[in-house]
Each structure stands twice: as C-alpha cells, then as structure tokens.
Design a protein around this ligand. Structure first.
Ligand code: NAP
Ligand code: MG
Length: 492
C-alpha cells in the first residue's frame, strides 16, 4: 500500500481498485484544519450491487469457503503481519482523516492487528457436534459460512470497528462487503488494498464507499446479503434491523451509550480521576462506551470533581498528528455544533459548567473542530444532555447518597453498553457489577477491551456481540444431519 494522499482512494471490488460506475470523486477533510485531505471515489447503488455480485461469485468459486480453515488462518495471519509492519502508516492515515491523536491511532491499529491474529486462530476451529438420537441413526451438526456478509462502520474508530466485524466473517469462510463511514473511509480502503498481498482471493474482501442511505441500504437489501454487522447510531441501527427483518437475515447492532461511572467513597480518587478523564476525553469523547455520566458519592463529590476538572483543564489540545497533542479535534464541524448544542442545553436546564464548555476559538486551532474537555455538574436527570448520547468530551456529574440511588441513576437511561465501578471493597465491586444493566463492566479501570472478550450492549445499546471466542461462529449457520444406519433386510 502507498498511503500517498495524492493518489485517489478508490473502491476495492474483486481485487481491483475502481472509481465506481460514475467515476465521481469527492474530498474528505482533515478535521484538525478542515482542509481537503484526499479524493475518494463516490459509490452508488449500482456499485453496491456490483460488489455483492462479485463477492457472491468469489464465495462460490474460490477456495475460501470450502477450505478447512487452515489456509484462511494463514491468510488472515499474513494480513495481520502486513498491517503490523505498516502500523505507523495506517495510524497516520487514521489520525489525519478522523482527528484522534497519533498515540490513540497506534492503539487502534494495534487492536486491529490483534483482532486479525485472534480470529486467524479460530478459523480452523469451527466445529460441529454429534448428538445422541433414538434408533440406529447418526446425528451431527456442521457449521457452514453464511455467504456474503455486509459490514457498515461508523467514523469514530474507522478501521477497528469495521474489521471487528469483517475479520471473524472472513475467518468463518464468508465473502465480505464493507461500507465505511463517508467521513472516514481512508483506512478501510487502504486495508482493502492489502488483501491480495495477504493471499486472500479476489472478491472475498470488498470496500464500497458511498452514502449510508444509498449504498448502505442497497447492500443490506441486496438478495445476496446473508447477514449485516452494523456499528453506529440507534436511529440507523433501527432502520437496518427493519431491513434485515424483512429479509430474514441476522443483524448485529452495536449502538450508542450513556455509560455511568459509579464512584464509592472508599475509591482511590487519584486513580479514579485519571480513569474517568481517560474514559470521557479519550478519542475526544467520541466513544460509544464513553463513561459520560459520573455518579459520585456525595461525601467525595467535591474532591473527585476537582481532580477530574484538573485533568480536563490540563489536556493539551492540538492536531492529532503532532506528538505532543493529548486530544484531537472532533470529527466534523457538524459534530462540533452538535456537541456544543448539548452543553448549551445542559446550561439552560440547570447544569453548572465546571470547566470547558467552549470550542477553541484562537488561532491556529480555530480552523479545526476543537472542543475543550468539559465537566458539567448537577444537571437534572431529565435534562437532554443527561439522557441522550453527546458523543463528545462532555462529562455530566451527579452525586448520590445510597447505593440503591446510584444503581437507579446508573440504570436509568435507555442505554446499557458499559459501566464502571470504583471501590476498594470486593463485595461492593461484585454486587454493583451484578446490579448494573450493562453489557460490559470495568472495576477500577477505565474502559478496556480485548479481541478475546465479548463487546456488546444491553437495552437500546444493541443486539448481539462482537469479539470473543464465539464471534466466528456467529458468522456461520448450523446444519443438522441425521443418517439412518439401519441396513435394509435383503429380500427373501
Ligand atoms: P451513523 O450515522 O449511524 O452511521 C454509521 C454508518 O451507517 C455509516 O457508515 C453511515 O454511512 C451508515 N448509514 C447511515 N444511514 C444508513 C442507512 N439508512 N442504511 C445503511 N447504512 C447507513 O453513526 P455515526 O454518526 O457514524 O457514529 C456515531 C454513532 O455510532 C454513535 O451513536 C455511537 O455511539 C455509535 N457507536 C457505537 C459503537 C458500539 O460498539 N456500540 C461503537 C462506535 C460508535 P454515512 O457515513 O454515509 O452516513
Ligand atoms: Mg451519522
């Protein structure tokens, strides 16, 4: 791959780069300056159809699906190795296109490498079972790939959240078609260019860029689409679920969050403050599982808020590509306006801005989408900024008097993705983790996940899981075979 930004980023279909049926290109921006960064092909519905057709043909005719998993494991392992040697190049691309700091981008690409290695190890461990049944019969199950799988990704961890679905689908023997977010398609396209080098047959991994409503919906409604994995907003997730239901295909939905961080009075406040700041200001707060609501025991409220606010105020904002930047810009001017609007609404609904609460208006950062890390205290539970996902560096603080009150507040939103607990008491840690309505709980940790641990949300945060040892099987179908072993008696 060459990450040259002069070369246009075209669609990757059937192992070839193509500008798409209409030959259109449009610029993507660098959110640190809002200057044009690269030209990207604009795909349309016919490109989506073409990609699905090519993927179906590759699924049916290449060695990929019929393989016992050994060659797939090798190819995915090779892909991991290639990406690892080019980690810096990919990290720079991700930073320039999405805005995150280069350190965060290295972490993201490193996670993709580990994901590929992990699923490569699962590719040849797809097993069925034999089941004891009455009579002279043998009953067994087999796991088969689904066919063509569609993956639709958001912009906040562009490559990670795309490959988190694509990699296990490939490991299971499927052919994948990926649509990255329109704002941040560069890393996915660059990744698609690596498939050939890794020995993956042409057409098994395809990248189509284009609008969600046109290209995304065309992919999901295509008769060849056998499953969809989607990460993004609840609104679009519901639409995808509707489309998938009409076609009777499975949909994995990883949606938003409004995750609580519960701090008990015995917690190590210095460590908690660091973890809380990381959990809401990391990636400029653009994390589905950001710890965006701090629920702190009243007795330590002031001491903790002061510590978190100190971290916020000390955060060095700057272009992600500069090594000394600790927080990059938000992804787009529209998103900046949305985040700023939430903080204004919190103010007007009674919240007190402890620190931040404004975009960076001074040169040279004023040209980019920089928003200061913000802490808002005491907004009522009914406030819009408390109920809805902001998806920016904005922490909403509430205090509680009793554990029951903390749990009620924690579980009191439509979401259930993640929750954190800070306490030194083992019993408090376990009982609180048990009572929290969240798919993932971290105790005395900022949000942390690994390719081998399941990632998914409860309630409005989604359906199904990504990652973990079951993930490859999720991209297979299970067939039961029963054989009658009774040998017919020879005729007299
Ligand atoms: P989004 O607007 O839902 O978009 C996500 C993807 O869906 C994009 O590729 C988008 O394409 C596409 N899309 C839009 N409309 C579509 C349609 N009608 N049919 C098919 N695809 C369609 O989300 P976003 O704004 O990029 O990301 C932010 C959201 O993602 C937040 O709510 C966040 O919580 C959630 N998220 C969840 C997780 C998780 O693991 N649970 C992780 C990260 C983010 P375009 O780019 O062309 O619009
Ligand atoms: Mg969107």
């Amino acid at each position: 791959m060459s990450a040259s930004l002069e070369r246009p980023f075209d669609l990757v279909i059937g192992g070839s780069e193509t500008p798409g049926s209409r030959g259109e290109h449009a610029p993507v921006k660098n959110p640190a300056s809002n200057a044009d960064l690269a030209q990207v092909a604009v795909g349309h519905a016919d490109d989506a159809r073409h990609a699905m057709e090519v993927a179906q043909a590759a699924f049916e005719s290449s060695w990929w699906a019929p393989d016992d998993g050994g060659r797939r494991a090798k190819a995915l392992g090779k892909l991991a190795g290639i990406l690892e040697t080019r980690l810096e190049e990919f990290a720079r691309l991700e930073t320039l296109n999405m805005g995150k700091t280069i350190k965060e981008a290295r972490g993201e690409i490193g996670f993709v490498v580990r994901t590929l290695e992990y699923v490569a190890g699962l590719a040849d461990k797809i097993e069925g079972e034999t089941i004891s049944v009455p009579g002279a019969r043998l009953d067994y199950t087999v796991r088969e790939p689904l066919g063509v799988t569609v993956h639709i990704a958001p912009w906040n961890y562009p490559l990670l959240l795309a490959i988190r679905g694509v990699a296990p689908a490939l490991a299971a023997g499927n052919a994948a078609v990926l649509k990255p977010a329109s704002l941040t398609p560069l890393s996915a396209i660059a990744f698609g260019r690596l498939a050939k080098e890794a020995g993956i047959p042409d057409g098994i991994l395809n990248i189509v860029v284009g609008s969600g409503t046109e290209v995304g919906e065309s992919l999901v409604t295509d008769p060849r689409c056998r499953s969809v994995s989607f990460t993004g907003s609840g609104e679009v997730g519901h639409r995808i679920a509707e489309l998938a239901a009409q076609r009777t295909i499975p949909a994995t939905l990883e949606l938003g969050g409004k995750s609580p961080v519960v701090v008990f009075p015995d917690a190590d406040l210095d460590r908690a403050a660091r973890g809380i700041a990381f959990g809401i200001f990391g990636n400029a707060g653009q994390m589905c599982w950001a710890g965006s609501r701090l629920l702190v025991h009243a007795s330590v409220h002031d001491a903790l808020v002061e510590r978190v606010a100190k971290h916020a105020a000390a955060t060095r904002l700057g272009p992600g590509i500069e090594a000394e930047s600790e927080m990059g810009p938000l992804v787009s001017p529209d998103h900046l306006a949305k985040v700023a609007g939430y903080v204004e609404s919190a103010r007007s609904e009674g919240g007190k801005v402890v620190t931040g609460g404004a975009r960076v208006a001074d040169a040279p950062l004023a040209a980019g989408n920089f928003y200061r890390p913000t802490v808002v205290d005491g907004a009522p539970a009914t406030a819009k900024a408390v109920r809805e996902e902001i998806f920016g560096p904005v922490l909403m603080v509430h205090s509680f008097e009793s554990t029951d009150e903390a749990i009620r507040l924690a579980n009191g939103t439509d979401f259930g993705l993640f929750a954190a607990v800070w306490t030194k008491d083992l019993a408090t840690a376990h009982t609180t983790a048990k009572r929290l309505d969240a798919g993932m709980v971290c105790v005395n940790e900022a949000p942390v996940t690994f390719p081998q641990t399941p990632f998914g949300g409860f309630k409005g945060s989604g359906l199904g899981f990504e990652q973990g040892s079951e993930v490859v099987r999720a991209y297979t179908r299970r067939k039961n075979v029963v054989i009658n072993l009774a040998v017919p008696k020879p005729k007299a």
